[in-house]
Design a protein around this ligand. Structure first.
Ligand SMILES: [Zn+2]
Length: 285
């Protein structure tokens, strides 16, 4: 497999037409199509299957809620001035939300100009900080400094994701969405070809020790209303830059079928995300 894949990359790099395509993961990422199997909506249904404890991903495809269903894979039609108003209303700049609306998102094959633009908006949870053997998470989990510090994720050039989003809605931009960056096993296994096809959002979610959950027990609800609102804005902005409704995806669903997968995001409410996205869409029509 490794040999074939290396060969595939060499041939693509040489711009020849005959590549040996390979397929990765449960949702079947194909290195020739540079996409998972199916229409963008079908891909989202596979990639948004509920992530249960221990990283067990639901076998049943997710039922896409209405706002996402009407948006994924379609040309983005919104009022640019109204989106800029919505951004101003947050008190943040475009740069503080992953980069300028006028700049493209990353491309595959590590920003090769001949590769397609990023297609996947990957939702992670940080699975940290871990509170150890406590009976309960702090009552002020959505505001507390104990939970919401972003300092530990900061790095001048080597942040683990494009965006880190805490429960207060604060954001640290590790990389502009134009930077090709990897944060899943699937991307690592595919190699350079996949680098740039995925945009990565880490949502701060604490864990606490649990005897049968090595990655820790997650809070319920998993995320704050401010996180869903900000995540919706980031998703819309990245899609504007890609000119197409990106395919949202859960990390664990992407890596399902590969060894040593993660269990994130835990307790993510697709309905709450869709509702936040719907409110945002209504405000930028
Ligand atoms: Zn992850």
């Amino acid at each position: 497999m490794r040999y074939l894949l290396t060969l595939g990359i060499l041939i693509v790099a040489g711009a020849a037409s005959q590549t040996s395509a390979a397929t990765f993961g449960k949702c079947k990422f194909n290195t020739e199509a540079m996409a998972f199997a199916g229409t963008p909506g079908e891909q989202a249904s596979c990639l948004l299957r509920k992530v249960k404890i221990l990283g067990n991903v639901d076998a049943t495809p997710a039922q896409l809620p209405s706002n996402l269903a009407g948006f994924i894979g379609k040309p983005v039609e919104i009022s640019r001035p109204k989106l800029q108003q919505a951004i101003s209303a947050t008190g943040l700049t475009e740069a503080a939300l992953g980069g300028s609306l006028d700049a493209p998102v990353s491309r595959g094959n590590s920003n090769n100009p001949h590769a397609p633009e990023a297609r996947y908006f990957v939702i992670h949870d940080t699975s940290s900080p871990n509170f150890g053997n406590v009976a309960q998470f702090p009552a002020d989990i959505d505001t507390s400094n104990q939970v919401n510090r972003l300092d530990g994720f900061k790095s001048a050039s080597n942040a683990k994701a494009h965006i880190f989003l805490n429960r207060r809605g604060e954001i640290y931009v590790g990389h502009d969405f134009g930077v090709p960056w990897r944060a899943t096993k699937l991307e690592l296994q595919i190699g350079t070809l996949a680098r740039g096809m995925f945009l990565h959002i880490e949502n701060v979610q604490p864990r606490r020790k649990h005897p049968s959950q090595p990655d820790g027990n997650a809070p319920m609800p998993g995320f704050s209303p401010a996180q869903y609102d900000r995540l919706a804005l980031l998703y819309l902005m990245a899609s504007v830059r890609a000119h197409t409704g990106l395919v949202p995806a859960f990390h664990a669903a992407i890596d399902q079928g590969l060894s040593d997968g993660h269990d994130d995001p835990q307790n993510f409410s697709l309905e709450d995300f869709d509702a936040a996205f719907g409110r945002l869409l209504a405000s930028v029509k």
